[in-house]
Design a binder for this molecule. Structure first.
Ligand SMILES: C[S@@+](CC[C@H](N)C(=O)[O-])C[C@H]1O[C@@H](n2cnc3c(N)ncnc32)[C@H](O)[C@@H]1O
Length: 163
């Protein structure tokens, strides 16, 4: 999979991915509104170009309170995310080219208020879905939010994930 090209699907109006982005952004908006009035930390696993978070922070009342680390393997996507953060003057948002499975990459940012795991569970095997969910106890603060997605294609793993 060319993960930079994959991002182009977001640009087709009303595509499933474009609709999913609207839902994820709404969840992020609500999560930020619910956070305590302190500095906030967000981490995104396999962040892609960060369109979800970076589409919400500019103009959000909590936008400048957020420190975030976007962990993404494809350096082309990392560059796009970093440039989007820079041009929105979100100086506390960093995008790094790294393996999201290695917890060291979240040092100093976790436990976070919001953990984004979007577009991940459809691309990894069940055992890794379970390991990722278990890791959330380290990645996410008590009372924090994990925002995740999974398609409903067979085999539907949403019930497993919810369990
Ligand atoms: C389906 S896309 C989702 C991107 C983004 N979260 C979104 O929802 O737009 C999956 C992303 O995971 C990245 N990726 C794959 N393996 C990775 C790994 N081990 N660590 C970090 N990123 C990875 C890919 O480069 C790709 O951008």
């Amino acid at each position: 999979m060319d993960w930079q090209k994959w991002q182009d699907r977001y640009d087709t109006a009303d595509s499933p991915l474009a609709r999913r982005l609207v839902t994820v952004q709404e969840r992020i908006r609500l999560a930020l509104e619910d956070c305590p009035p302190d500095p906030l930390q967000v981490v995104s696993l396999c962040a892609g170009q960060g369109r979800d978070l970076l589409g919400v922070l500019p103009g959000h009342p909590r936008g400048q309170d957020v420190r975030a680390r976007l962990v993404e393997l494809d350096p082309r996507n990392v560059d796009v995310a970093a440039e989007a953060a820079r041009s929105a003057e979100l100086h506390s948002i960093e995008a790094i080219a790294a393996d999201a499975a290695l917890l060291d990459h979240y040092d100093g940012m976790v436990p976070a208020d919001v953990v984004l795991i979007c577009g991940v569970f459809g691309n990894i095997v069940d055992r890794d879905i379970e390991r990722t969910i278990n890791a959330c106890t380290q990645l996410c603060k008590a009372g924090g939010r994990v925002i995740w997605t999974r398609n409903r294609k067979t085999p539907d793993r949403v019930p497993l994930i919810c369990d």
